[in-house]
Write a protein that binds this ligand. Sequence first.
Ligand code: PLP
Length: 350
Amino acid sequence: MTISPLSRKNVQALTPYQSARRLGGKGDIWLNANEYPTSPNFDLLHRTFNRYPEPQPEAVINGYANYAGVKPENVIVTRGGDESIELIIRAFCEPDDHVLHCPPTYGMYSVSAETCGIALKTVPLTADFQLNLAEIERNLDRVKVVFVCSPNNPTGTLVNRVDLLKLLDITRNKAIVVVDEAYIEFCPQASLVNELANYPHLAIIRTLSKAFALAGLRCGFTLANAELIGILQKVIAPYPLPVPVSDIAAQALQPQGITQMQERVNDVLNNRAWLIEQLSKIPTVVQIFETEANYVLVKFQDSEKIFKTLWEQGIILRDQHKALGLQNCIRITIGTRNELEQTVKAIKLV
Ligand SMILES: *Cc1c(COP(=O)(O)O)cnc(C)c1O
């Protein structure tokens, strides 16, 4: 007797998201999950652990609204940006609707769609990692949610702003356009937040996991017009954020926390420039892709050899060899200068 056949067919068929942690590895240098390499330090200020938390903690909502330049009514806080992805699918997709994504891109859009039993349409990015708008337009039938990631994970590239606005125009009254801005702190000028007033069907995903250095907190946001936020409020869990999480998130969003985040960003950008400079001198490096985020996608002559050799030395990178169009590519998170020095040294010796 086995109960597996009792689970939903789509769950039986599901390949779970291959998160960096699930893939494992042993070592001291973790450059595979786009985390910040060191932890900020916070003390808990609230100790009412016996009480349920506020459903949408005011200090967190106001802090993020203030930081993002929107009104509190334009913000919903979730358990990481990942929960926002699933929330939007659950709120908007009927069983026979479709979700559209543009690989190579973040894997959670397809995993969340499959988990919800929603069919997925795939319109690959062009060779220079831009939207194929003509093909997207031809495939919009029954599509309720379009996911676009900018800066895109794992390529690091920005999607052209004019293309995003065209996408918003061709989907008006038809579909929600989700622009995933998980890495926007590394290129804040590229945000679409100022377009919210023009597009009721635009939803922007944000997170504290990357530039805010709080991946362990599990705290993310969706920014949208009040009507869209209200719909997500209807389907979100009653108490999504644990008391310690909102406590620390509220502190991280104070002016001092924002300043520290910006200092971190400057650090990452300096180290990224250094890494790219070093990699460009290594003969086994075929191509270094343009990046606006805290990671860089690199094409090698033989990426599997590089990946495996460094893995065995405890330098854990993110293999992209099997991602659409990314043969022989590895994604390297910008770690500390010391971690990057060791990584460069190890690559040179392969
Ligand atoms: C990291 C990431 C997220 C969100 O991560 P959370 O830790 O769940 O907030 C969302 N989208 C992309 C593209 C990411 O890389």
